[in-house]
Design a protein around this ligand. Structure first.
Ligand code: ADP
Length: 704
């Protein structure tokens, strides 16, 4: 079987990782693959060439698409599509993996529906032989769209990277805006979808948000009121996030110039406009996009190869980390329905179509506005526990602001539970947490101190509190079990290792994966053009292999060692032999990722020595221990958004008088009762966590 792969429509970071996954999975499954260059333009022109394993080496970290993309008017005509059908049949392709937006996917379906007509015409005109004729065309799509605008999928290829570009830009603008006490209107992409603007607003704590799905009545007055309220609280700058498709409640477009004019109607409000434009499409894909695209590509090939008897086209969709197929044209039709709902000003319908995350983001944004609630009637305490994790500050901001919106005051413990036991509590106001999401680690301080069972100081410190929110790592479970008889305790998992059970992700792990992927990108660059080299890279996680596993997928590591899989001498011998073989075939750099607690016998340096000793002179070996670099840095937007979504539910839960652990499962925020949380306590990790099958891990090629 031969699969054709093409990228079409607007480019998106992650198209290259998806391409790599399609090609390699096809080869793994015994199929062959051809690349169709420049989208449908190449299909119509017959630019179709076989593509192999090594052709997609070293592209995982590259933005854009190496096989080109284009918009092609000819493919919209019957004649153009007939030439496309002819070229496909001549190339022996009856299965297409398409990475593109809803336009590209619609075009593919049109070609499929016309297939038998094309076959007849091409046969009768002698343009193909009977041997070349194939009865049907099978199609699987993956949504390449930075806007995250496809119905039925939680993330599209490129949207996380675009969000990274936007949040980088807003963080950068913030310092200059504060210096001059300016307002900035930042226009971001999203002609029909406000996801990027809404997620960026939450991730940066923006003052005002204008998107297509949720227009603001009397937006000029609301805008000025929001900016004024922030200034009255002591803010020195104001950020307005504007989706390019923002409209008023009656459907008129709102432009950046209109927003600027509205702000400058008040004398002295110095306002600047920044249109981010194509910057959002550029740059390296984020680790999340690399992993997502890899999973989608593998699933797409598996689905394509299973298609028989004229099977309907499928779209590979995501729900958090899970990938599942849905009928392609149903997703496209639903997406168009959302667009029609916006055009007809049926905004509730449009918002419901976008799924729960969008509603959560808007709720966080709206309730984070400065409030003038009277004397607080209730109190919640928030504390960190365990190692610092990027995103803890974003969680703190949301806890403080959403509690304030309910008329609840927040007391923050300084330096974890030890500080709490010592009575080190500080009341945090709306302004105290301003600008926090962009700051790494935690302003509260954190440590691993846990109370003894008979330590009554904590109970005394919490005597006046209505609930406690613990933001931190695995130790939170122990603390929560000890304290939950005293008052409602809600755990918000925040640890780069992602070793807390009952959640697919914990706050901080996304930033750490980005750090690892960027570090590996640099290591690879350092070796290219010098000499054949294998880097043994140690990452955090101890007994939990999530970081090694996920960053291994995102960085294209050849081998990943985790404690869950164990390290055995027989594996080492096989892995080294496989690497030797690859170097013989032309590889010049190899990456071995090791979780720092993967094995007591074979620590990182021992592994590196074994690799060096047994390399047969094919490569030399270097060790790189990333260490605490992984805990630092500006939190990624993924971590900030996750932190705010989890904190939102944590506040609601604790104010409801209940304990629990808030996590994200299959993309949805869920609460698990503490009694129902089970863990492998000895190894400090979940009892079992779903990991990708050998298909995904085998792309590059051995994971232990
Ligand atoms: P996207 O895929 O990002 O939505 P476009 O809508 O521009 O981008 O579509 C990309 C290409 O897909 C178009 O240039 C055209 O070749 C093809 N295409 C889009 N819509 C159709 C359609 N309805 N019928 C046939 N081809 C289409």
């Amino acid at each position: 079987m031969r699969i054709g792969v093409l990228t079409s429509g607007g480019d998106a970071q992650g198209m290259n990782p998806a391409l790599r996954a399609v090609v390699r999975r096809a080869i793994q499954r015994g199929a062959s693959c051809s690349a169709i260059r420049e989208g449908y333009a190449g299909l119509v022109a017959g630019e179709i060439t076989p593509i192999g394993w090594l052709d997609v080496s070293y592209i995982l970290h590259k933005g854009g698409t190496d096989i080109g993309t284009a918009r092609c008017a000819e493919f919209r005509t019957l004649e153009g599509r007939q030439r496309a059908a002819e070229n496909l049949m001549r190339a022996g392709i009856d299965r297409l993996a398409i990475i593109g937006g809803d336009g590209s996917l619609t075009g593919a379906d049109t070609l499929r529906r016309e297939w038998s007509r094309h076959v007849q015409d091409l046969l009768s005109s002698g343009r193909i032989t009977p041997e070349q004729a194939t009865p049907c065309l099978y199609i699987v799509g993956m949504t390449g769209s930075i806007d995250n605008d496809m119905w039925g999928t939680s993330s599209t290829i490129g949207s996380d990277s675009a969000l990274n570009r936007i949040v980088d830009a807003v963080d950068t603008l913030t310092s200059t805006a504060s210096s001059h006490q300016r307002s900035f209107v930042v226009e971001v992409m999203g002609r029909r979808c406000g996801y990027l603007a809404a997620a960026a607003a939450v991730a940066t704590g923006a003052d005002f948000l204008l998107i297509p799905e949720a227009p603001v009545p009397d937006w000029r007055a609301e805008l000025r009121q929001a900016v004024l309220a922030g200034r009255q609280q002591g803010r020195r700058k104001s950020i307005v996030l504007l989706a390019e498709g923002a409209i008023s409640v009656t459907g008129e477009p709102i432009t950046a110039a209109m927003v600027k004019a509205a702000l400058e109607a008040d004398p002295g409000w110095d306002t600047r406009v920044t249109v981010l434009g194509h910057v959002q499409r550029g740059g390296a894909p984020s680790s999340q996009d690399r992993v997502l695209s890899t999973r989608l590509g593998v699933a797409a090939v598996d689905a394509l190869l299973a298609m028989t008897d004229g099977a309907e086209p499928l779209l590979m969709t995501t729900a958090g980390a899970s990938v599942s197929p849905r009928p392609l044209m149903h997703c496209v039709a639903q997406t168009h329905r959302t667009g029609a709902a916006i055009a007809a000003c049926r905004f509730d319908e449009a918002l419901a179509d976008r799924g729960p995350e969008m509603t959560e983001l808007l709720d966080i944004y709206r309730r984070s506005a400065p409030t003038g609630v009277g004397k607080p009637q209730r109190t919640i305490v928030v504390a960190n526990l365990g190692a610092p994790a990027p995103g803890m500050n974003a969680a703190l901001q949301t806890v403080v602001r959403l509690a304030a919106s309910e008329g609840v005051r927040v007391l923050a413990a300084q330096e974890g539970l030890r500080g709490l036991a010592e009575g080190k509590l500080r009341r945090l106001s709306w302004h105290d947490v301003d600008g926090l999401p962009s700051q790494g680690a935690t302003i509260l301080g954190t440590n691993r101190w846990l109370p003894e069972a008979d330590d009554v100081r904590l109970e005394a410190a919490l005597a006046e509190a209505d609930g406690l929110i613990l933001v931190g790592g695995f130790a939170c479970l122990t603390a929560a079990q000890r304290l939950r008889e005293t008052l409602p305790v809600v755990v918000v998992p925040a640890t780069i290792s992602n070793n807390v059970p009952a959640t697919d992700r914990s706050i901080g792990s996304d930033t750490a994966c980005n750090v690892i992927c960027e570090a590996v990108d640099r290591l690879k660059q350092s070796a290219v053009g010098s000499r054949d080299r294998v880097f043994v890279v140690e990452v955090m996680g101890r007994r939990c292999g999530y970081l090694a596993w996920t960053a291994g997928m995102g960085s294209g590591a050849e081998v990943v060692y985790t404690h869950e899989q164990g390290i055995f001498l027989s594996d080492l011998i096989a892995d080294i032999a496989a690497l030797q073989e690859s170097f013989t075939r032309g590889k010049s750099v190899g990456i071995v990722l090791v979780a720092d607690g993967a094995s007591d016998a074979y620590d990182t340096h021992t592994l590196a020595r074994i690799y060096g000793e047994e390399s047969g002179g094919r490569f030399d070996t270097r060790v790189c221990v990333l260490g605490h670099l992984q805990q630092g840095g500006r939190p990624s937007p993924g971590d900030r958004v996750l932190a705010s979504r989890l904190a939102r539910v944590a506040v609601a839960r604790v104010l409801d008088g209940k304990s629990g652990l808030v996590g994200e499962v299959d993309g949805a925020v869920v609460v698990t009762a503490l009694a129902g949380v089970t863990a492998d306590s000895m190894n400090r990790r979940p009892l079992a966590r779903r990991v990708d099958g050998p298909g995904v891990s085998g792309l590059a090629p051995a994971v232990r």
